[in-house]
Write a protein that binds this ligand. Structure first.
Ligand SMILES: C[S@@+](CC[C@H](N)C(=O)[O-])C[C@H]1O[C@@H](n2cnc3c(N)ncnc32)[C@H](O)[C@@H]1O
Length: 291
């Protein structure tokens, strides 16, 4: 129930590939909060603590988390017999109109597992499943059950980040992963995040920085560094990763081929309001988890 697992979702901007780097900088805590949870890759990769809170402004992902937490068997039954095909993807995307929260979660889960990079915004949600590299439908029940176990007793809300940060108890640890400062992220996320929202985030973190601990990840730009010059630590971080896929997004390649993985480099700044050398978690060896 408390072991590190992978996020149940594929998620644009997810921190799956940076999870070990991030976990190394987290300070010990007993209350853990993600105000911008998305796919929650850090929450799922770490050990749960006494209190855990996941929040996101996207009501569809939060509804899916709630159904996975509270009605995993109903969701599994609903998806039973599903196949990952372009036709079913198109059906769920364009024709299916959920009549209740369970159906909405089933639609979201199906599209997330079968869309290119898990991008769920209607205009940019394209078929992107490959038998070799994607989680096959017969493995979805296992994924849903283990996620549900980990989500037991976790607080899950659909609020703006400010309402979360304002109300967390003293000494809470927050992993903060907002949309990038200098990138058009509107194509990924259902709610846009303006420059004013970035300044609002900075202001509220500054207001509470003496009573909470936070690790903030951002694109590594001058504006971000200037905005957070008051923080205690700033680390430039880079990591390499490879994505193998057999989707339709790469032009000139035949579906079903064994494409070579594309190489990418993640580049961000980690901003902390505490001294991370003071009390590291042990090197989290158990965190290397296969797909
Ligand atoms: C970079 S993603 C988080 C990725 C996540 N750490 C992961 O590993 O999958 C940013 C998230 O912030 C959410 N978001 C955008 N505006 C928000 C707001 N005002 N309050 C709370 N969440 C917001 C988006 O819906 C998106 O899921």
């Amino acid at each position: 129930m408390n072991k590190p697992i992978n996020s149940p979702f594929r998620y644009a901007g997810g921190k799956f590939y940076a999870r070990n780097l991030i976990l190394r900088h987290i300070t010990p805590h007993s209350y853990y909060v993600e105000p911008f949870a998305g796919g929650g890759s850090i929450f799922f990769a770490k050990q749960k603590v006494v209190n855990n809170w996941l929040n996101d402004i996207d009501e569809a992902i939060i509804n899916t988390y709630l159904i996975i937490r509270d009605q995993p068997e109903e969701l599994i039954s609903y998806l039973d017999g599903e196949q990952a095909t372009k036709e079913r993807h198109s059906y769920y995307k364009n024709e299916f109109h959920p009549q209740n929260q369970l159906e909405a979660a089933a639609r979201w889960f199906y599209l997330n597992r079968t869309s290119y990079s898990g991008i769920m915004k209607q205009q940019n949600c394209y078929w992107g499943y490959g038998d070799k590299y994607s989680m096959r439908p017969e493995n979805w029940p296992r994924n849903i059950r283990r996620t549900s176990e980990k989500l037991q007793d976790v607080k899950i809300t659909n609020l703006d980040f400010e309402q979360v940060i304002e109300t967390v108890p003293d000494n809470t640890f927050l992993f903060i992963d907002p949309p990038y400062f200098n990138a058009d992220q509107d194509k990924f996320y259902t709610h846009s995040f303006s420059k004013d929202d970035h300044y609002r985030l900075c202001k509220i973190l500054k207001k509470h920085h003496n009573r909470i601990y936070f690790l903030l990840t951002y694109d590594n730009t001058t504006e971000v560094r200037d905005l957070y010059e008051w923080a205690i630590e700033m680390h430039d971080k880079e990591w390499n990763y490879t994505i193998s896929r057999t989707d339709d997004q790469k032009k000139g390649q035949k579906k079903g081929d064994n494409f070579k993985g594309a190489r990418y480099k993640g580049k961000e700044v980690f901003i902390l309001n505490y001294d991370s050398t003071a009390n590291f978690f042990d090197q989290p060896k158990q965190l290397v988890i296969g797909f």
